[in-house]
Ligand binder design. Structure first.
Ligand SMILES: [Zn+2]
Length: 469
């Protein structure tokens, strides 16, 4: 099945064709570790984790590169305010970020590249841009990109240089020739970390860090660049201007992918609005898989409205799918090889796998893919009611494993399952023993205790079954 991907640059879905056979180079803008990772970041990284997982599942050899902006204005600002060193802040917030990513099962990144490890490439690109007439050094030792020299400026976001001049969004800076020009190199101010350069001590601008990293690892052209929509302008626009002017190769990136924004109860998330959710606080309140499910239950390009009650609701939906996974596992252990609903279940499994794949191939539509899983779960539950055999259930288990591998879900459910199943078998057996010795007080006590935990015991012809109410 051809994979179709929405390319922000062309504003339409395109057939996905990698530059080099089955190899896919993917870069996603990483964090600036000056503060806690928040739930908006997590939305982006869960989305691109699934992109990498799905492409790998389809046989592509994906190299997923993410940068760490370990020197930047906001980090320096935080350094001044906190009295801590930038390295110390980077260590803390990268550690926290990686911990959050591990818990969210965002495990697909091959390399985290720290900007300050790429100083030779950064300087080489700035010098090259000056030599080609795309950049100029100001008197104070800062270097700027001259946006009027680059004819394609604005092609990604649709913003034009004139709009910038007309708008008052860019502060007047006398060192710049044009208001839209951006810094490639920032001259050192007192108390700031700095590196040597031909223009004196200073540090790189944010945008040049990313092109230095990608040109080193991927060369002048690569397959996918991802990031949040908020980064499209000026950050990604600047990356294009830098890379294409420096290397002379167009397009610098084949497919630009942007994830929709996260709002909190209808408003933009800001510390000043008191609606800020750090990822670690969200993970303290919800299971990582529930949060992941919440994000993936929307298409990655759609904005998401985050509200605690919506995540709770997602948790309840997700619990239904987990219950189906658990039922499949439990039934596989107790059922004979064949059952009367086998044909129906096997047909439903084939349909579900196809529907899931079709949804994912259509611009990674996880929302549709999850809808297909729900549809399938209903078929599974019905088949179990009628009576299915182990072979058909094994196929169902494999299907859920496939969904889980791509979406990064259903892992916790199955890991917990083994223990839960074992404990439940033990309790059911103890209750049976109690009934045999006519110790009904103990037998009823076990049943009532489980009921309080939301677990119902059913006495059937084939023995005792249990399920979550
Ligand atoms: Zn970036």
């Amino acid at each position: 099945m051809t994979i179709r991907v929405y390319n922000t640059l062309s504003r339409r879905k395109e057939d996905f064709v990698p530059l080099h056979g089955r190899r896919v180079s993917m870069f996603v803008c990483g964090i600036t570790p000056y503060d806690a990772t928040h739930i908006g970041h997590a939305k982006t990284y869960v989305a691109f984790d699934v992109v990498a997982r799905y492409l790998r599942r389809k046989g592509y050899d994906v190299f997923y590169l993410q940068n760490v902006t370990d020197i930047e204005d906001r980090l320096i600002d935080r350094m001044h305010k906190s009295g801590r060193s930038w390295k110390d802040l980077v260590k803390e917030f990268v550690g926290e970020y990686l911990d959050g990513m591990t818990r969210l099962a965002c495990t697909s990144v091959n390399l985290y590249a720290y900007a300050t490890d790429y100083m030779p490439e950064i300087l080489e690109q700035i010098e090259g841009l000056i030599a080609k007439g795309f950049a100029y050094a100001a008197e104070d030792g800062s270097v700027y990109y001259d946006t009027t020299r680059y004819p394609d400026w604005g092609k990604l976001s649709g913003q034009k240089v004139e709009e910038h001049i007309a708008g008052a969004r860019v502060a007047v800076d006398e060192r710049k020739r044009n208001p839209a020009d951006f810094a490639l190199w920032k001259a050192q101010k007192p108390g700031e970390p700095a590196w040597d350069s031909p223009w004196g001590k200073g540090r790189p601008g944010w945008h040049i860090e990313d092109t230095a990293i990608t040109v080193r690892h991927f060369g002048p052209r690569y397959d996918i660049h991802g990031g949040a929509t908020e980064l499209m302008f000026p950050h990604h626009e600047a990356e294009i201007a830098q890379a294409e002017a420096f290397t002379g190769v167009k397009p610098f990136v084949n497919v630009w992918m942007h994830g929709g924004m996260l709002m909190v109860s209808g408003e933009e998330m800001h510390k000043s609005l008191g609606n800020f959710w750090a990822l670690k606080d969200a993970l303290a309140r919800w299971e990582p898989e529930v949060l992941r499910f919440f994000y993936l239950n929307a298409h990655y390009r759609s904005p998401i409205d985050f509200a605690p009650e919506l995540v709770d609701e997602a948790g309840r939906s997700y619990a239904r799918l987990r219950e189906t996974v658990r039922t499949i596992d439990a039934e596989r252990r107790r059922t004979p090889d064949a059952g009367s609903a086998d044909a129906a279940l096997r047909a439903a499994t084939a349909t579900a796998l196809e529907a899931f794949d079709a949804a994912m191939a259509d611009d990674f539509n996880t929302r549709e893919a999850i809808a297909a899983i729900f549809e399938y779960a209903r078929s599974v539950n019905k088949a179990v009611e009628v009576g299915t055999g182990r072979v058909a259930l094994d196929e169902a288990a494999t299907a859920f494993a496939r969904f889980g591998e791509v979406l990064g879900l259903f892992a916790r459910a199955s890991a917990d399952d083994a223990v839960v199943e074992g404990l439940m078998d033990l309790l059911v057996r103890l209750r049976e023993d109690a009934r045999k010795r006519k110790d009904f007080a103990t037998a009823d006590g076990i049943r009532e205790g489980l009921a309080k935990l939301g677990i119902v015991l059913e006495d059937t012809r084939d023995g005792v079954r249990w399920k979550s109410a």
